[in-house]
Design a protein around this ligand. Structure first.
Ligand code: KG4
Ligand code: ZN
Length: 336
């Protein structure tokens, strides 16, 4: 059987990306980031994101095809992120994908963004096979997902309020760091000590909640200001980062113990965090697990993960989407 050639498209937030996957070979993964555009607003402005996706999408697709050394007629299937994300941003990718699928007469696959983040691990760890646990840490989702088939995802634990990346970005803003705050906190935290206790954690292996922690950091900064004291921002960042990551790592460890599953992967933008990578590796390896992380380039949003997610959908006969596919701002992980 010939290697199937998939064009992946991702536009859920502020990265316009297209990738070509042929069989198991990732031939290209072009990412055009809007970070510099949104930075001056302190966060992603949805309307501006949509407009920039519009201007970027066709050149990014062309570049992905060119870098892969293929033409449109070589494409056997189109895969696109249809949720979760910013609706206007998603719609640009979905519309481009529908138009291409129609004009090339190839099937269109609707990909769940978080399932794609998890699937990024199949690119960096080609031997990876379910069952495994995915520690999901992104700007919109946080928790531990059981992956017990290439197309079978069940969230075993989820945040009850904010996502971890959202908390990183909001705390960074309060500290005065530029958008996106996660990598900035990561950097500053390396020069600080985790010596501030923002929240009392009572049920260490069960709780997953970021709203209270975020508010506690903001309150701490306000109190220091009212007292005319200068907070040590390096320590604030280190303390926040430790608490945020420990909370997720504790839940991951509890889930490993409960499930008996010995393979753990990380998924989503926050899995680029240096402390999260160290902590998860140390804690899970101590339980006899093998732990895998995508490389930095595949942690944040990209279309390679969309293409490989679709490869597994196609392999197991998941039905393609119709041309009435719509974008969804909210999408549960148990999508298929
Ligand atoms: O997965 P992602 O690219 O987008 C969503 O699907 O949400 O994740 C983006 C999030 C942002 O909140 C960003 O601040 C965070 O990932 N992030 C990090 C790091 N790199 C990206 N957070 C902590 N440490 C990092 N090194
Ligand atoms: Zn993402």
């Amino acid at each position: 059987m010939k290697d199937i050639c998939i064009l992946g498209i991702e536009t859920s937030c502020d990265e316009t990306s297209a990738a070509v996957l042929k069989g198991d070979n990732l031939l290209s993964n072009v990412i055009s980031s809007q970070i510099d555009i949104h930075r001056r607003f302190g966060g992603v402005v949805p309307e501006i994101a949509s407009r920039n996706h519009l201007t970027a999408i066709l050149p990014v697709i062309d570049e992905a095809l060119q870098k892969a050394g293929v033409t449109k007629s070589d494409i056997d299937a189109i895969a696109v992120t249809y949720g979760a994300g910013l609706v206007g941003a998603l719609l640009v990718g979905v519309s481009a994908a529908k138009a291409l699928a129609y004009s090339l007469n190839v099937p269109l696959y609707a990909v769940n963004h978080i399932e794609a983040h998890i699937a990024a691990n199949y690119i960096s760890t080609p031997d990876l096979k379910p069952p495994f646990l995915a520690v999901v840490a992104s700007g919109g989702h946080t928790g531990v997902c059981l992956v017990d088939g290439f197309n079978k995802f069940t969230m075993l634990a989820s945040t009850t309020d904010d996502a971890i990346g959202e908390a990183f970005d909001k705390v960074a803003r309060a500290v005065g760091l530029p958008y996106p705050g996660g990598p900035e906190i990561d950097k500053l935290a390396r020069q600080g000590a985790p010596n501030i206790k923002f929240v009392e954690r009572k049920h260490k292996s069960a709780e997953l909640s970021y709203s209270g922690l975020k508010t506690a950091v903001i309150n701490y900064l306000h109190t220091m200001e009212q007292r005319g004291q200068k907070p040590v921002l390096e320590d604030v960042c280190a303390s926040f980062q430790h608490t945020a990551v420990d909370m997720l790592a504790d839940v991951a460890v509890a889930t490993v113990k409960k499930s008996g599953i010995k393979t753990v992967v990380a998924a989503g933008g926050v899995s680029a965090n240096s402390y999260l990578r160290d902590k998860l590796k140390t804690e899970c390896e101590a339980l006899g697990c093998e732990v895998h992380f995508p490389p930095m380039s595949l942690c944040t949003d990209n279309a390679a993960m969309v293409a490989i997610r679709a490869k597994h959908m196609i392999a197991e006969g998941v039905s393609p989407a119709g041309l009435n596919l719509n974008a969804k701002s909210y999408l549960k992980i148990e999508g298929n």
